[in-house]
Design a binder for this molecule. Structure first.
Ligand SMILES: Cc1cc2nc3c(=O)[nH]c(=O)nc-3n(C[C@H](O)[C@H](O)[C@H](O)COP(=O)(O)OP(=O)(O)OC[C@H]3O[C@@H](n4cnc5c(N)ncnc54)[C@H](O)[C@@H]3O)c2cc1C
Length: 296
């Protein structure tokens, strides 16, 4: 099968286990894992790849259940060449699609750019933030994004503005198979010390309320209009509920955790059981926020 894939300068691995690359530490392998050397490598590969093969981007896998049957086609993971962050104008940062929230927020601080502190607390990459409209503590990507560069499934490079992405809560209309390779974020003037204290405040609050040191996937369900998902889950008696090796976090009921031996099927089945109980108890249908990908 390797012969049928385009030649690359970066790393192309067949049957690549994804569990080590995602927060839940569960799930199957990618048919192919591609870590492009640079932008030209990514563009050339996608241009020459059989259009029938699906392509999916993977960041830090902090919002993802990879099903146990693995992911068909090609999973693209952006490495060092896409992890740079640089100031371009007074209050603007140009960020690679693979850069972490920690790097973006600390570069903003060093340059006296406020308003990006919330990215300190979201464990993901710029590509994942742009795709998911990541947000926390009153900020979200749609408030700071100017535009982003994406490589389409055809290999074409395109700049999309914030308006092109039609953002709603934790959702964008990024084209299917598109890979975000860079994004420009804009903040407002701020003092580095003040920005640092806001980042510290956010980190401490996170530590107190979320199971950050567990194998988890972030918020499991979207907050339904007029409700908070964690409260509905709690009211339905699901705090600590287990299924196989999966458990509803005792610390934050909108988080599922892998206690050590969970399969992705355990985690997904637990999520569905929680949805069933919440519907029965309060009549509200919870929608998954976590991306569930791959073959069952
Ligand atoms: C402990 C914990 C706390 C969290 N807290 C928050 C929070 O407060 N707020 C919040 O919004 N989220 C939170 N999350 C969820 C998660 O961190 C975000 O959704 C984040 O944006 C995911 O980024 P990622 O790069 O890891 O994406 P992944 O989880 O790898 O992927 C998520 C989606 O983004 C797509 N994607 C990833 N990279 C790219 C790319 N380069 N181009 C195109 N698409 C891409 C994937 O295909 C997938 O559809 C939390 C997660 C954890 C584990």
């Amino acid at each position: 099968m390797a012969d049928t894939l385009p030649k690359v300068a970066g790393k192309l691995t067949a049957d690549a286990p994804l569990a080590p690359l995602v927060w839940f530490k569960s799930g199957g392998a990618a048919d192919w894992l591609f870590e492009p050397r640079d932008l030209a490598d990514l563009q050339g590969f996608l241009r020459d790849l059989d259009p029938a093969l699906p392509v999916m981007a993977l960041g830090l896998g902090s919002n993802m259940i990879v099903r146990d049957g693995g992911v068909p086609g090609v999973v693209v993971r952006l490495g060092k060449a896409f992890a740079r962050v640089a100031k371009t104008a007074d209050l603007t940062l140009d960020c690679g699609g693979g850069a972490s929230g920690i790097l973006v927020s600390s570069t903003a601080r060093d340059n006296g750019i406020a308003g990006l502190e919330f990215l300190r607390s979201i464990p993901g990459t710029v590509g994942g933030f742009v795709r998911m409209n990541g947000g926390a503590y009153g900020g979200e990507v749609k408030d700071i994004l100017i535009d982003c560069d994406v490589v389409l499934r055809s290999g074409a490079l395109l700049t999309l503005t914030k308006d092109d992405l039609n953002y709603t809560y934790r959702h964008s209309e990024l084209p299917e198979g598109a890979i975000v390779v860079a994004a420009r974020f804009e903040g407002r003037p701020g003092e580095p010390e003040t920005i640092q204290s806001e980042m510290d405040r956010i980190s401490a609050s996170r530590e107190a309320t979320q199971p950050l040191r567990s194998k988890t996937g972030g918020s499991t369900f979207e907050n339904p209009a007029g409700h908070r998902a964690w409260e509905l889950v709690d009211q339905a008696g699901c705090r600590g509920l287990t299924m196989g090796g999966a458990q509803v976090s005792e610390k934050h009921t909108n988080f599922l955790i892998n206690t050590g031996t969970a399969t992705s099927a355990d985690i997904e089945a637990l999520g569905n059981e929680v949805r069933r109980r919440v519907l029965e108890k309060s009549g509200v249908e919870l929608e998954w926020e976590i991306q569930r990908v791959g073959r069952k």
